[in-house]
Structures are given as structure tokens and as C-alpha cells.
Design a protein around this ligand. Structure first.
Ligand code: 4NP
Length: 169
């Protein structure tokens, strides 16, 4: 980790299945929002997948294109698989859907201090509470715009939540 990351006060990990569509999109959006809020040096952001298939790969071309159309650059991100170590290392471990959520909870092995860090992204927005970010991988191009819309809205709520915790320190 760089010096900046060592000084960070909050750590956020977005998790989906493949780490090539939804969670890299969330990472790219989050980085831009933190920059705009002047919080980039205080909050570390990363993403990972529950599955191993795309480790080391850049994001899906369709996800990169849809994100680029809104000014988010995902091209430098590379896939990695989530591990139990991540649950201890990140303050927020944010699942895109119920399946990712269940996998992460199983990984916490009943440890309450780890389970408390795991959340569903939709729950950070009143509009999307309880809803999954649907997997766009096997669908059409429109799925990627729906993913972007939902993640942009939910990340507004996430930034408010994080800001509250940073102020409370
Ligand atoms: P993601 O989408 O979880 O949003 O990255 C997927 C990407 C790849 C696969 C599944 C979902 N896959 O089965 O390879």
C-alpha cells in the first residue's frame, strides 16, 4: 500500500461476482465522488469478485464503454478475488446483490465484528433499499446504463454515511 493508503481513515471494498462489471463500476464512480468531495486521501477504495474467473483482467469492455460515456475511467482496474482477509481490512464491504451478500456473510464465519461491515449497496439509498444491482453480464447494453444509474444514486448515500463517520472521529 502507498503512504496515502496507510494514512487513510476509512476503507471501502465493493464486491460482485466477477469483478469485471458492477464492482469496478462502483469503484470508478466512488473515486470520482470522493475526489469531488475532497475525501480522496481519507478513504481507500477497492473492488473484488467472489469468483476467480477474471483475476488479473481489466473490466468488461461494455462496462468500460458505458462508464467512459459518463466520464469514469475503469481502464486501469484489474480483477481480483475477495478473501477473508478483506473482511478485516475494510470498514465497508459492500455487496452488489443478495448472492454476493450471502457469500461474504459465510466468509465472516459468524464473527459479529466482521458481519457488521458487510452491507448491500442498495441499502444506502431510499430509492433502491433492498434491491440488487442486477448482473448485466449476460444482458444487453442497456443493462450497463441501469447499473450506472443505480450505483450513482446509492453512492450518494454511501458518501453521506462515510462523511458522518469521519466527522464523528
Ligand atoms: P460482475 O458480472 O459480477 O458484475 O463482474 C459478471 C462477470 C462475469 C461473470 C459473471 C458476472 N462470469 O460468470 O464470468
Amino acid at each position: 500500500m502507498s503512504g496515502i493508503e496507510n494514512n487513510a481513515e476509512m476503507r471501502v471494498l465493493f464486491v460482485c461476482l466477477g469483478n469485471i462489471c458492477r464492482s469496478p463500476t462502483a469503484e470508478g464512480i466512488m473515486r470520482r465522488r470522493l475526489d469531488a468531495a475532497g475525501l480522496a486521501e481519507r478513504v481507500v477504495v477497492d473492488s473484488a469478485g467472489t469468483g476467480p474467473w477474471h483475476v488479473g483482467e481489466p473490466p468488461d469492455r461494455r462496462a468500460m464503454a458505458a462508464a467512459a460515456a459518463r466520464g469514469y475511467d475503469l481502464s486501469r482496474l484489474r480483477g481480483r478475488q475477495v478473501s477473508p482477509v478483506d473482511l478485516a481490512a475494510f470498514d465497508y464491504v459492500i455487496a452488489m446483490d443478495e448472492s454476493n451478500l450471502a457469500d461474504l456473510r459465510a466468509m465472516a464465519d459468524g464473527r459479529r465484528e466482521l458481519l457488521e461491515r458487510i452491507a448491500l449497496l442498495g441499502d444506502f439509498s431510499a430509492e433502491y433499499r433492498g434491491q440488487p444491482v442486477g448482473d448485466p453480464y449476460y444482458g444487453g447494453a442497456g443493462g450497463f446504463d441501469r447499473v450506472l444509474n443505480m450505483i450513482e444514486t446509492c453512492i450518494e448515500g454511501l458518501i453521506v454515511d462515510i462523511s458522518g463517520r469521519l466527522v464523528a472521529r
